[in-house]
Design a protein around this ligand. Structure first.
Ligand code: COA
Length: 322
């Protein structure tokens, strides 16, 4: 059975944090942040606004913006997140309870900023297996709660947000061939630990905050993503000319520009959410999709290449037909 994304929406919390916020707490400037990252502002969840709550907000947007869509018959919920409100119960089961979706299987998955694409790939497989017919896939993060606000090399990057896609059977293939991969030897270059003190035999901080080696991640991302864009196109017997848009995880505008330059694709066709929302990890791809849809850019039948990468270091990609 083929599958498709029948609806997609995204939500970002109300509280806007512009770059001047950081000028007051660390040694930085709006000019440095914009020129080195492309980020103009990001959103932070309000006190008590949880990751599962912003998933629910994204679902309400999905229903409001797609009058023909309802939650009747949703049989599985996948929440990709690195910033769950708690380890157990899962975010997915909290969403199930709030939205009163009876009999839905529920799991959280963790593949950092690649999580949303991993979720789509799992949903595609479940539809193909014939076991499930209506799956909600979320990418949702409250990164602001896990950000080290004293580390100027990372705190300026992250924001909060949630996206949701509804995956259902399709007569023709609309989530085409996909790609996944990981190089776990880079584990210590991007981590968030509550309990462990060692990764790959090397010491890490156990402070519940995100730590990274920005330069290493940057270089790995550009090299890996450029290779994978080509690999994914070959798997689908397509070339860049067959694509209408590319959505690469919005980690840093300079990473997106470097990938576009490396593969020879125009920046105007790279859809991003970095300026408005910062790096929202697993939510960044649906947020970029939502911004472009609201701007009237994405049309029915468009072909889009989606690529996520993040802590692991891991990556996942898919080509989808809208
Ligand atoms: N404000 C002002 N100066 C800053 C700064 C800030 N917020 N953060 C770092 N600097 C300084 C550095 O201390 C350094 O100063 P020095 O030359 O005197 O030592 C200088 O700016 C350049 O630092 P550098 O680390 O080379 O900057 P960069 O261009 O690599 O940008 C990142 C840093 C983190 C923005 C960039 O490496 C990045 O985005 N990496 C990828 C991270 C990522 O995407 N992580 C998540 C993946 S999902």
């Amino acid at each position: 059975m083929n599958s498709q994304i029948t609806a997609i929406a995204a939500y970002a919390p109300e509280k806007r944090i512009d770059n001047t916020y950081f000028e007051k707490i660390i040694e930085t400037s709006d000019e440095w942040i914009v020129s080195r990252t492309g980020i103009k502002e990001r959103r932070f969840a309000a006190e008590g606004e949880s990751t599962s709550a912003i998933c629910v907000k994204a679902t309400e947007k999905l229903l409001n913006e797609n009058p023909g869509v309802d939650l009747e018959g949703v049989d599985f919920i996948i929440v990709a997140t690195t910033t769950a409100d708690q380890v157990m119960p899962s975010m997915a089961s909290q969403v199930q309870n709030t939205l009163q979706i009876p009999n839905a299987g529920c799991i959280d998955i963790m593949a950092a900023c690649a999580g949303f694409i991993y979720g789509l790939i799992l949903a595609k497989g479940m539809v193909a297996a014939g076991t499930h017919k209506k799956i909600l896939v979320y990418g949702a993060e409250c990164l602001s709660r896990f950000t080290d606000m004293t580390d100027r090399t990372s705190c300026i990057l992250f924001g909060d947000g949630a996206g949701v896609a509804l995956v259902e059977p399709s007569e023709t293939p609309k989530i085409l061939q996909t790609i996944t991969g990981t190089d776990g030897s880079y584990g210590k270059d991007l981590y968030l630990s509550q309990t462990a003190t060692v990764v790959n035999g090397e010491e890490i901080k156990r402070d519940g905050k995100i730590h990274q080696n920005g330069k290493v991640v940057f270089k790995w991302a550009v090299r890996t993503i450029a290779q994978n864009a080509g690999e994914l196109l070959r798997k689908n017997n397509m070339t860049l000319d067959d694509l209408d848009w590319i959505i690469l995880h919005s980690a840093n505008l300079r990473i997106i520009e470097a990938v576009a330059n490396e593969i020879g694709y125009p920046m105007e066709k790279m859809l991003t959410s970095i300026a408005q929302f910062g790096n929202t990890s697993s939510a960044s791809i649906p947020l970029a999709w939502d911004l472009a849809r609201q701007a009237g850019k994405i049309k029915k039948g468009n072909k889009m290449l989606l690529l996520g990468f993040g802590g692991g270091l891991t990556y996942a990609g898919a080509i989808v037909v809208v």
